[in-house]
Design a protein around this ligand. Structure first.
Ligand code: ADP
Length: 475
């Protein structure tokens, strides 16, 4: 089985969030079980290629907007693996890349309309190489239609994975023609553009052979109006072809200088260093942290904000690391300057992978209060570092954290429910809880979030989707 995996990012070369982590690690796990995956991404000027060997492979001519565009195809490998990464270079369309790449903005949709066409030209140039194309999120949602148009029955099977349904990539309807799709050829596109724009996520969901998501719970949630939102109808139509596979983490990307046997002393030192760095006092206090994108619609910032004074009142220190919404950045920064929080709260508005590691290893608890969370990696990384997660019971958070064993869960989306879960965690820390804090840390560190079992599930799903496609192509 030979698979092509198009995506907007791949860690460590381009990492903006969890998607990059997944694209950078799943192919390595698949390689170990005999599935050959090539990753294909835009070559942004910001791509970190200083430490890898990179070669120009060949030129592609990509028709887009009635113009023949030159795309240079570069090749490198994922670190410590044989997985090929193809980077598509074009100074006009891939001149930027950053957090904006996730917005529902016209400029990003144009960039990924072009990317989608370029990926399909690449598949054509490699004719008969790929059995399956594994698309990821809205950036790649137009690829199935383009494959149909360009390769008809000889096209590879397509699995389309939804990593986050909230970012749909809604662009000007002109993009459809720019990509070379003829209006009238696809009823689903005609239906979609009747309101003047095209929704890439909707197209990916409806035109692929199978839809995947990143946790079993999220797979069920998106079929309900609360989580499925505007797309619930099209998702429900595809219900028999929706699967959820929990993401794993590549622990080699998260260095740790302690094990589940000697964590106590090491974490104590990390915590002391962290408190000193942030000007926080009293290492005896439990340290509760938050790391993540400051996205007020998803990440639970409102309930977190209300809970912070209670964490301090209950005797904890609090550290936040995140970037995102400008209003929330200001609000959180000002808040930490309040007299009653001084010396106990540190707000760090930045994206810093090194600092994130220091916080993971030096904290006692990590809060993930998300309103929704397709999978979430932060809670898994946190457990790997022996830091107990306090999470809302939704999506992949629910599938990966076990109440009272590896962390703490709360159901209601409210600051009250979050505060209760934090209080329970702090009581456990003090030694007066139902379970021992130390045994929970050990259980969290020993939980297996490697990609091994999920990669086996992906292999099975690839085989199933490939067989389904063959049936249709041979009919
Ligand atoms: P999402 O993909 O929704 O952003 P995930 O939990 O799946 O959330 O993954 C987030 C990833 O990004 C984790 O690896 C986390 O450590 C990292 N991350 C998020 N915010 C920051 C930040 N400000 N600095 C460093 N790393 C961050």
């Amino acid at each position: 089985m030979k698979v092509l995996l198009p995506a907007a990012e791949v860690a460590p070369i381009i990492k903006l969030g969890g998607l990059g982590d997944v694209v950078g690690s799943l192919p390595k796990a698949l390689e170990k079980i005999g599935v050959n995956v090539d990753v294909i991404v835009p070559f942004y000027p910001t791509a970190k290629v200083q430490d890898v060997k990179i070669f120009k492979a060949f030129d592609l001519e990509v028709p887009y907007d009635d113009t023949a565009n030159l795309v240079e195809v570069y090749k490198t490998k994922l670190p410590d693996s044989n997985v090929d990464v193809l980077l598509l270079k074009n100074s006009k369309y891939f001149s930027r890349g950053g957090k904006d790449a996730f917005a529902n903005k016209i400029s990003e949709t144009e960039m990924f309309a072009f990317f989608s066409r370029a990926v399909v030209e690449f598949v054509k140039a490699q004719f008969n190489t790929y059995d399956l194309v594994h698309c990821n999120d809205w950036h790649t949602g137009m690829i199935p239609h383009l494959l149909d148009d360009e390769l008809a029955e000889t096209r590879p099977a397509v699995l389309y994975t939804v990593h986050n349904l909230a970012y749909q990539g809604i662009g000007d309807q002109e993009l459809v023609q720019n990509m070379g799709i003829v209006p009238g050829d696809h009823p689903l596109i005609d239906w979609d553009i009747a309101d003047g724009d095209v929704n890439f996520m909707l197209q990916g969901i409806t035109s692929s052979d199978y839809v995947g998501t990143v946790s079993p719970t999220y797979a069920k949630e998106i079929l309900t109006p609360e989580y499925g939102g505007d797309l619930v109808d099209v998702l429900q139509v595809r219900e028999s072809r929706v699967a959820g596979i929990l993401n794993g983490i590549d622990t080699s990307s998260f260095p740790r200088d302690y094990t589940s046997h000697n964590w106590r002393e090491a974490k104590k030192d990390h915590k002391a260093a962290l408190l000193e760095k942030f000007g926080l006092t009293d290492p005896q206090k439990p340290l509760v942290s938050f790391i993540g994108r400051l996205d007020p619609n998803q990440k639970g910032l409102d309930i977190l904000y209300e809970a912070i004074p209670s964490i301090v009142k209950a005797g904890g220190n609090f550290v936040l690391l995140g970037t995102g919404d400008a209003g929330w950045q200001d609000k959180l920064t000002k808040f930490a300057e309040q007299d009653d929080l001084r010396g106990a709260v540190s707000i760090n508005i930045m994206f810093d992978v090194d600092l994130a590691r220091k916080i993971y290893s030096g904290s006692d608890f990590l809060i993930v209060p998300s309103k929704y969370e397709p999978c979430g990696l932060i809670q898994m990384i946190s457990m790997w570092y022996g830091t107990l997660p306090i999470v809302r019971a939704t999506g992949g958070l629910k599938d990966s954290v076990t109440e009272g064993k590896t962390g703490f869960l709360f159901d209601d989306y409210s600051s009250q429910a979050l505060i209760e879960a934090v209080n329970k965690a702090l009581i456990t820390y003090s030694g007066h809880g139902e379970t021992s804090f130390d045994s929970m840390v050990v259980a969290a560190m020993q939980a297996d979030f490697s990609w091994d079992s999920s990669a086996r599930e992906y292999k099975k799903l690839y085989e199933k989707v490939h067989a389904l496609r063959k049936e249709v192509a041979n009919a």
